[in-house]
Design a protein around this ligand. Structure first.
Ligand code: FMN
Length: 364
């Protein structure tokens, strides 16, 4: 029987010691210098020799050729392409049958014992612009659901009306109510759900063409329903570059940049799994933007194909505090695109939304 180092374990230096982290079983071992040296001999299949090799095999740091563990490593499927970083994160944050879940009462007791929760809203310094307290029209919900599409062809001649811009922010990221959680602090309630009611996602509108608003980079103050101006408008080349070269990103009336304030969620959930909640929160927000934009007669698309580092620089975000996670682009649909989507809704040809000079989504 030959053995080699497991492909699923990860080695990390912690406090001067090499630690083997087995994400599949949620176990960590500090390795002795002897074990560390011995592992080099098993980078590839070799006969196990001695008690230490047997102990490492028993601990699943080594796997035996032909064993169920070996078969599992051979059956990685899509994880092979997702790569070791994604595989490690997924397994390390994947719960096991033995995981202990706290009750809501236990959770509350733990939170009350902690010192002050992070502020549920972010305030930025800068010139403030009050937004009108606009609402989306009262439209039939089923109609909105059926009409929701990704739009990538915008009208170059029609800026987004300010009331529509304001209504979209107010009914997606805006605060609807607040709950006073005894001994913990305030929790926000929005139209969007959020893991643990933490609402970590901040919205940074990048305005290109909204009637009555100076183009620029803003922060949306969710309690006051105001914009705070942070920086001048980036050029259209940068908007395109930020969104992985997608032309429609530079043609939308505005982009909503989503960034999660890590502390807000991690204060309540100090575990790797909380990162999943941040991504899920962005998804819920994006979908609410999709539906609200549809109700307002606007077109929208979401993209995660972004150049994160330059966006963080432009927004003044530092990744240890606030993680940039995605973008919704919103604008007035081009009249031809509006007609196409209406025809599709009425049973006409189905296709993705693309301007006629771009790939139109049928793969032809
Ligand atoms: C996680 C995620 C990432 C997406 N990335 C992009 C993107 O990079 N560019 C884009 O134009 N649309 C993007 N979309 C929109 C999808 O392409 C779109 O939802 C899909 O083609 C189905 O079309 P529909 O939204 O009209 O139903 C994304 C959607 C999601 C949920």
């Amino acid at each position: 029987m030959r053995v080699r180092v497991s492909r699923l374990v990860v080695f990390l230096w912690r406090d001067g010691q090499l630690v083997c982290d087995d994400p599949l079983r949620h176990r960590q071992f500090a390795l002795t210098v002897e074990a560390e040296r011995l592992l080099r001999d098993y980078a590839d299949w070799a006969e196990p020799e001695g008690r230490l090799a047997q102990q490492l095999l028993d601990a699943h740091v080594l796997v035996a050729e032909g064993s169920p563990e070996h078969a599992q490593e051979e059956r990685l499927g899509a994880w092979r392409d997702l790569g070791p970083a994604a595989t490690y994160y997924h397994l390390a944050s994947r719960t096991l049958g033995s995981d202990v879940f706290r009750s809501a009462a236990q959770d509350a007791a733990v939170l009350r014992a902690k010192s002050g929760q992070p502020d549920p809203v972010r305030e930025h310094d800068g010139p403030r612009i009050a937004l009108p307290p606009a609402d989306p029209p009262a439209v039939d919900f089923t109609t909105v659901l059926a009409a929701r599409r990704s739009t990538r062809w915008f009208d170059p001649d029609r800026p987004v009306p300010l009331p529509a811009f304001a209504a979209l922010l107010r009914w997606t990221a805006g605060v609807r109510r607040e709950v006073d959680v005894s001994g913990v602090g305030t929790a926000l309630l929005k139209t969007v759900p959020s893991g643990g009611a933490r609402h970590p996602v901040e919205v940074y509108p990048v305005v290109r063409d909204v009637a009555g608003l100076e183009p620029g980079i803003y922060h949306y103050a969710v309690r006051r329903h105001e914009l705070v101006r942070l920086a001048p408008a980036p050029g259209e080349d940068r908007l395109r570059e930020w969104c992985g070269g997608q032309p429609h990103a530079a043609q939308a009336g505005f982009l909503l940049m989503y960034a999660a304030v890590l502390d807000r969620t991690v204060w309540k959930y100090p575990a790797a799994r909380a990162y999943r909640a941040l991504l899920l929160d962005v998804g819920h927000l994006s979908q609410t933007v999709y539906l609200t934009a549809t109700a307002l007669g606007l077109g929208t698309f979401f993209t995660a194909a972004t150049r994160d580092a330059p966006v963080e620089d432009a927004l003044g975000l530092s990744w240890p505090d606030e993680a940039f996670l995605g973008v919704s682009g919103v604008g007035v649909p081009h009249p031809a695109e509006r007609d196409r989507q209406a025809a599709m809704l009425a049973g006409g040809d189905a296709a993705f939304s693309f301007p006629p000079d771009a790939w139109h989504g049928r793969g032809e």
